[in-house]
Design a binder for this molecule. Structure first.
Ligand SMILES: Cc1cc2nc3c(=O)[nH]c(=O)nc-3n(C[C@H](O)[C@H](O)[C@H](O)COP(=O)(O)OP(=O)(O)OC[C@H]3O[C@@H](n4cnc5c(N)ncnc54)[C@H](O)[C@@H]3O)c2cc1C
Length: 431
């Protein structure tokens, strides 16, 4: 790939990972990002603001594939347990641990590896336009030519928006989850939660997920329905937020939760999902959240983004770097899987009541049946996602079939029960 110039727009996990893959293929790679260089910002503030990303088998495979340091060397290892505190139910996942890494730590590690390969980074460069035909990308005061453009610029991707303007029949759906989200954290040494586990707390109005950090604290993601305006108000008020947290989670947790820098001023963010009809146009490709952002319920967005880069590399191998063949092939191979996962993540997690009870019951039943008859029953979707890298399409099919089997099984048991009851009552009456 001598003298071929790849421009990567966005230095999130997918952009930097892709830059590494392309640099290894021999492209001259430059990465542009609108944000400031993390390394020049106050480390403490950036660190506390950044949320934790849970990396499962899919991401591990990507790291191995690209010959990069194993995430356990820079993340915290979670030994496969997630406890739902309301029901005290433990999701015991397969043997694989999950690695939790602060987003900015993950990007910094990838950035250092990319720099070793000669990738050039340009920060505070906001893309303002793209000419796909003449292969030029425009920034505020600069025009950059490219041979290959990678649109890894996240949920609100400019690359995608420019494609929408010029590509015939390009369609894209952007959906906002009714939930909103804010970040908090728990300092090391201030809590009594097990350090290698994750926790779900479901309160009256709000839920939160605790993910362990490498420093032995927890990253906390609060989640609530935006229709609950009193929650929005309380979480923007330094005098009120604590009592809301105590009401929902009890004082033991509320007392140790610390707001991240700018918590009260920064608006809570929408959780968004994206589906597109295609990921390519001429010499441009969309990857990561730009192509297929998904709600973080199953912790798959980053895992899928890294897998994109591996699949792109394999296709470039097969097509001998002929982009006119490789990029349409990427859409053909990748889209059905990522679309399936985006759809899958849209099914809401049942936070309370009967729905939560049924959900947890079927998860445990799936696990037990899988242990007894592994060739007939699969583990729950959650466990399959964390412990394997089966294609997302297949996972969606497995879950559909399995749900059907559960409904049939539970209905049969209920039928047998009612039948026996009627039989016994009749017998008793006739005696
Ligand atoms: C609260 C939360 C928790 C999550 N937890 C998990 C998890 O546990 N596991 C998991 O796998 N995933 C998780 N995700 C999803 C994961 O964070 C994303 O899928 C992942 O960051 C996507 O990476 P990306 O590189 O595609 O995009 P991004 O990380 O969004 O990066 C895009 C980059 O592009 C830059 N950019 C944007 N527009 C422009 C422009 N016009 N010009 C120049 N640069 C631009 C941005 O500054 C940014 O640096 C979570 C997401 C959230 C919000």
């Amino acid at each position: 790939m001598q003298n071929k110039k790849a421009v990567v727009l966005g230095s999130g996990p997918s952009g930097v990972f892709c830059a590494i893959i392309l640099a290894k293929r021999g492209y001259h790679v430059s990465v542009y990002d609108k944000r400031e260089d993390f390394s020049k910002q106050d480390h403490e503030i950036v660190h506390n603001r950044a949320y934790v990303i849970a990396l499962s088998r899919r991401a591990m495979r990507a790291f191995e594939y690209a010959n990069l340091p194993h995430p356990s060397t820079f993340g915290s290892v979670q030994h496969g347990n997630y406890t739902v505190m309301r029901t005290r139910t433990v999701y015991k996942r397969f043997e694989d641990p999950i690695i939790c890494v602060k987003r900015h730590t993950l990007i910094n590690v990838l950035l250092q590896e990319a720099k070793k390969l000669g990738v050039q980074f340009y920060f505070e460069k906001r893309c303002t336009g793209i000419d796909f035909v003449s292969k030029q990308i425009f920034f505020d005061s600069e025009t950059v030519p490219y041979d290959f453009l990678i649109g890894s610029d996240g949920i609100h991707s400019q690359t995608r928006q420019h494609m929408q303007e010029v590509v015939p029949n390009f369609s894209c759906t952007v959906e906002h989850n009714p939930n909103r989200s804010k970040q908090m954290f728990i300092r090391p040494g201030t809590h009594k939660y097990a350090l290698n586990e994750g926790y779900f707390f479901t309160g009256k109005d709000i839920m939160c997920v605790l993910s362990p950090t490498r420093e032995n604290g927890f990253d906390v993601c609060l989640n609530w329905n935006r229709a609950k305006t009193h929650v929005n108000d309380a979480l923007s008020n330094p005098n009120e937020y604590k009592s809301l947290l105590a009401e929902n989670f009890g004082s033991e947790l509320a007392d140790v939760l610390v707001p991240v820098e700018g918590f009260f001023d920064t608006p809570d963010f929408f959780i968004t999902s994206v589906t597109c009809s295609q990921y390519h146009y001429l010499n441009t490709i969309l990857i990561g959240d730009a192509a297929h952002a998904m709600y973080p319920l199953y912790s798959q967005g980053c895992n899928a983004a890294l897998e994109d880069c591996v699949i792109l590399d394999q296709i470039l191998n097969t097509c001998k770097d002929d982009l006119s063949r490789a990029l349409p092939e990427f859409t053909r191979v990748r889209r059905p899987d990522t679309n399936a996962m985006v759809e899958f993540c849209r099914i809401p997690f049942p936070e309370r009541g009967l729905k939560l009870f049924i959900y947890m019951g079927s998860t445990i039943l799936a696990r037990k049946l899988h242990e007894i008859l592994p060739s007939v029953f699969h583990a729950s979707a959650f466990e399959i996602l964390q412990g394997t890298d089966v294609p997302y399409r297949k996972l969606a099919r497995i879950t559909q079939v399995q749900n059907g089997m559960f409904i049939a099984l539970v209905s049969s048991i209920l039928f047998m029960f009612v039948y026996t009851l009627v039989f016994v009552v009749r017998k008793a009456i006739s005696l």
